[in-house]
Write a protein that binds this ligand. Structure first.
Ligand code: ADP
Length: 401
């Protein structure tokens, strides 16, 4: 039995195929620039000897349907999937599930309609997901399509955390509230952290930090999310690659009144031109590290602001949780940026948090590891995320429940 995980965007498809026995990734790949003349098809798979092989083609891919057809043909040709009948489920990443989905769902017409109804909350993501889901359901009617939502893990937040202090009708009539994102990743690393801590997730209090181009923090009490930094959209919270995170909303009003920007312009400003890019002109953390080490003051400010914001959330979530068993760093920055971890956790001994400089800097291990000092009452963990595996396992659990 196998599970195919699809992350379908408006013009791209990423996929990974898992064996449900040992949860090995058998193949992965992507299709880019759907609808353009120079579409791209990339596939990596394990051959019979367990070695990795890759194949790349440039060709026009007119639609999601043609793209998924290419994926299945490629999987068949490589031997990773002998027959579609081997698929027990197709797991679809869905960024926004709105207020009603706290679990993965087998997609029927009602579920598809609900995902459609929250398009106004995620206009850049949900239409692409729906395109992939529609094609999968149409091409493979006997294989259940399971939607796994980035928002689902955060549905356990209490209203004190998820409501905004805005007039009630915005919540009741427009569903404006904090939803949170990266839930699949926060959930995955929380489960791995529980294993490292040697106790059930339901007994763990954690602060998980998913730091990639998008970044979010999550406060987890007894294994359930009680707060998260992203809000109605992924714009709120931490300093990100190109998103500003927390700001005074009056900045948007100022931009509207004084900069001649319309809604689209403000959207671009806050989502695409801000964050690390806005502060220092670069949004790749490796490059920012290099620039700061060479004395670039703006890069240094970007690092300082990123760490300052993280520290605020560590403090706030420590206060919310009362006791914290572990802080977990994950995502491209969380897993690799030694300096950001060091700065974010510096001078937090009063909160029981102390990093071991040598363990934090040790680069020989890329796997799950502990980086706190012997005096730290809070464990500090680095756990590589694996959202695709989590989606595959949730999809499998949903169809076999
Ligand atoms: P996405 O949100 O797009 O999935 P990732 O989780 O891949 O992003 O994270 C991308 C970020 O991780 C980039 O800012 C990149 O510079 C950073 N990153 C990756 N490797 C390293 C490294 N060795 N040191 C510092 N930053 C790194």
């Amino acid at each position: 039995m196998k599970v195919l995980v699809l992350n379908s965007g408006s013009s791209s498809l990423k996929y990974q195929l898992f064996d449900c026995g040992d949860w090995r990734a058998l193949a992965s790949g992507l299709i880019a620039r759907i609808g353009e003349p120079n579409g791209e098809l990339r596939q990596t798979w394990l051959n019979a000897n367990g070695a990795t092989q890759t194949r790349q083609d440039t060709l026009p891919i007119s639609s999601h349907e043609v793209g998924i057809d290419h994926i299945i043909s490629g999987l068949r040709a490589s031997g990773a999937l002998a027959d579609v009948a081997e698929l027990v489920a197709i797991g679809h990443r869905v960024v926004h599930g709105g207020p009603n989905f706290s679990q993965p769902m087998i997609v029927d017409d009602a579920v598809a309609a609900e995902i459609t109804s929250v398009i106004p909350l995620a206009p850049l993501h949900n239409p692409g997901h729906l395109a992939g889901i529609a094609v999968a359901r149409q091409l493979f009617p006997s294989v259940p399509s399971v939607a796994v939502f980035d928002t689902a893990f955060h549905q356990t937040m209490p209203p004190t955390a998820y409501r905004y202090a805005l007039p009630e009708f915005l919540y009741t009539e427009h569903r404006i509230r904090r939803y949170g994102f990266h839930g699949t990743s926060h959930h995955y690393v929380a489960k791995r952290a529980a294993i490292m801590l040697g106790k059930p997730l339901a007994q763990c209090n954690l602060i998980t930090l998913h730091l990639g181009n998008g970044a979010s923090a999550c406060a987890i009490r007894h294994g359930r999310c009680v707060d998260t930094s992203m809000g109605l959209t992924p714009l709120e919270g931490l300093v990100m690659g190109t998103r500003c995170g927390d700001i005074d909303p009056a900045v948007a009003i100022y931009a509207l009144k004084n900069l001649g920007l319309d809604a689209e312009g403000i959207d671009q400003l806050l989502n695409r031109q801000s964050g690390l890019l806005g502060i220092c002109g670069v949004n790749d953390m490796r490059e920012i590290d290099r620039l700061a080490a060479a004395g670039d003051e703006r890069a240094e400010l970007a690092l300082g602001m990123t760490a300052h914001r993280l520290k605020k959330y560590l403090g706030a979530y420590s206060a919310e949780l009362g006791t914290v068993d572990a802080i977990v760093f994950t995502g491209g920055i969380g897993e690799n940026a030694v300096g950001i971890r060091q700065r974010a956790c510096a001078d937090l001994e009063r909160l029981g948090i102390a990093i071991d400089t040598a363990l934090n800097a040790a680069r020989e291990s890329n796997g799950e590891r502990r980086i706190h000092s012997a005096t730290s009452t809070v464990q500090v963990l680095v756990i590589p995320t694996n959202e695709e595996l989590e989606i595959a396992q949730q999809a499998f659990a949903t169809v076999t429940a």
